[in-house]
Write a protein that binds this ligand. Sequence first.
Ligand code: AMP
Length: 368
Amino acid sequence: MIKLHDKYFKPFLSEAEIQTAVKSVAEKVAADYKDETPIFVGVLNGSFMFVSDFLKQYPHPCEVSFVKLSSYQGLTSTGIVETLLDPPENIDDRCVIILEDIIDTGRTLQELVHLFSNTNVKEFKIASLFYKSEIYNGEYKIDYVGIEIPNKFIVGYGLDYRELGRNLKEVYQLNQKHMINLVLFGKPGAGKGTQAEFLKEQYNLKHISTGDLFRYNMKNDTDLGKLAKSYIDKGDLVPDEVTIKMLEDAVDKNPDASGFIFDGFPRTTAQAEALDKFLATKDMKIDATIALEANDEVLIQRLLERGKVSGRIDDQDENKIRNRFDEYNQKTAPLKDYYEAQGKFHSVNGIGAIDEITHRLGKVIEEL
Ligand code: AMP
């Protein structure tokens, strides 16, 4: 196990495994390009080791150049890709083969394709040493792949965690042992969102609220938002398959999180089962489900108050609120048994000052 900054990483791929993969990519490319002099374009910073070892294995005439893009800043992919070093000049009628260290969501790749889209290259191919097929958006064909890897946060062999770890000869993966994954449970208005904001700071967790994700999509009028709106405005639950997919995408976008707070998810037995199954594929699990308890009359007053400032249609009408409680009683309340059977259910009094309630939640978490 090694430590980089605040995080621990365990061995994932040995030097020999990496070199075998590099060699296999070089051989496949060599077979296709023996009659050409391709230009290999490495994507900095991460690809420098791959490019170096690749070239040593490449037996035919070739040229090499680099572009520099940045998308990861520290822990999570920012989604913003900047061009810091432009493509080489005089590449008209040449075969360009991009050498990437890793392809995950495909955002960097999209920018790369864009960078070369107004050049007159003869051929444009993409080779990546590592490839996360589970989360790749599939927009462009990846022509050569070294090793397919699961969606884990990795460092070493050129890849970094906040700039450290690039010099490692092997690849390491984030150790998830210290992860804390919580489900905040409770009726609408119980204070899940409010408490999550405090807990995420205190324990360095990523907060995922399915309600917030739906509202974000509704605000931006996406297809998902349009679909969800018809249910949400009435106080009904959005269908499971839609919600589960959205939740999984949100987790996948944060492979390096120290843990998650799930707020407003799961809300049905099908969602709880899907969550357990999904987390298991990533060596993750729910550590605790904490219910915030408050009675209906208090909750209705809180929601109507919130409705005045939030503009949320589902908060402004007592009938809609009561419908959400009915949905909760029928579909969500049975999850108490589901988590109790796993020994993970905890209950906390949700009435009182905000910081008092945070303290009560903290006590449960500290004892895990
Ligand atoms: P919330 O902000 O958690 O109260 O969620 C607002 C609304 O979004 C709910 O009343 C549902 O219509 C929808 N929603 C949020 N989370 C889920 C979920 N896990 N399953 C189904 N619908 C959900």
